[in-house]
Write a protein of this length. Structure first.
Length: 347
């Protein structure tokens, strides 16, 4: 009986040991199969580490000291900015950079002139003007108001530039030019042909006497004086003389009423009657300079045919012949006025 029991136990143990061995083998097999999978997953989750070149000790120290160092590459000079100076460097960079929308300032070019540009100025107020007298060919003297007008003229015309200044040789015109352009390097050239009309016996006389029926004096001279047509002749001669040497330039003229009216006739094609009627002095419409353009040499207006008839020689020289000769217009060439002594303006 015991032998049978022992045999059963042995059989049970052998079966149990066999199952245990089989389970151990299966477990080992499972472990062998599972290991690659785990390894693969670990490798997937493992962060990639880039290979770094070995850093030398002294370089590694510098890297630690300046972790924010910015280095420019591409062959340019290396610039190192410490952290505390970054804000300043960025500010300077912004200030140095040019504004994209900023327009370039163009340097004004000198005006190109075809012919001659003339800016005409009249002399300052004289003591005769203040007393209602016509100075004519007398030198004339600037009043205190006239002196201040001349000094202030330069400020009124601004940055206008001239190549040369021409003026009448009469004292009041010379003083006006010198006071107006005292601080400029311009050459001032007095010219006798730019004088006021010669009123003859009426020089320095009451203005009312000179202005009576002034259009009658266009071709008929003042007693012992000249006509406005003769003023036109001498002004035209002056302009034609400066035509070639001053072509393409800007000149200034400082003179009187009659030469300005002559410019209106010569350069603007007006008649003398129109020039008198439209004279700015009638409305007191003064301005700091009038601009005229000379585009070619000027030609003097012709004397009316009626006046040409009057100058025919008389066959009789009796009383009536002499009377008619006295009041007949004679066409005369413009004579160069005698020079006058010009004084330096007093301060």
């Amino acid at each position: 009986m015991f032998s049978k029991l022992r045999d059963k136990l042995k059989g049970a143990l052998s079966i149990f040991s066999r199952k245990t061995e089989e389970e151990a083998v299966e477990k080992k097999a499972e472990q062998v199969l599972e290991r690659p999978v785990v390894k693969e997953k670990v490798e997937e989750n493992k962060p990639k580490v880039e290979s770094k070149k070995p850093i030398l000790p002294h370089l590694e120290k510098k890297e630690k000291e300046a972790p924010f160092t910015h280095k420019k590459v591409e062959g340019k000079k290396k610039e190192t900015v410490q952290p505390k100076n970054i804000e300043k460097a960025e500010r300077e960079k912004i200030e140095i950079q040019p504004k994209k929308n900023e327009e370039k300032k163009e340097i004004p070019k000198k005006e190109k002139i075809k012919g001659i540009k003339i800016t005409y100025f009249v002399h300052g107020t004289t003591t005769d003007n203040e007393q209602g007298l016509c100075t004519g060919w007398n030198p004339g003297k600037l009043s205190e108001a006239g002196r201040q007008q001349s000094i202030q003229l330069r400020n009124l015309i601004g940055k206008e530039e001239f190549d040369v200044i021409f003026c009448s040789d009469l004292q009041r015109a010379v003083d006006s030019a010198r006071l107006a352009f005292a601080k400029d390097p311009y050459k001032i050239v007095p010219d006798q042909r730019l004088r006021e009309c010669n009123y003859g016996e009426l020089n320095g006389q009451d203005e009312a006497k000179v202005k009576i029926d002034v259009t009658k004096r266009i071709y008929q001279p003042f007693p012992q004086g000249e006509s406005y047509h003769q003023v036109e002749l001498r002004v035209a001669d002056s302009l034609n003389e400066i035509w070639k040497p001053h072509y393409g330039k800007h000149i200034a003229i400082v003179a009187h009423q009659a030469p300005q009216l002559a410019l209106e006739v010569l350069l603007k094609g007006k008649t003398w009657e129109q020039a008198f009627k439209e004279d700015w002095r009638n409305t007191k419409n003064w301005q700091p300079g009038w601009v005229y353009w000379m585009e070619q040499e000027v030609k003097v207006s012709e004397v009316p045919a009626v006046l040409e008839e009057e100058k025919k020689p008389e066959s009789k020289s009796g009383f009536f012949g002499k009377f008619k000769k006295t009041f007949t217009f004679k066409k005369e060439e413009a004579k160069a006025p005698e020079p006058v002594a010009v004084e330096e303006p007093t301060a």
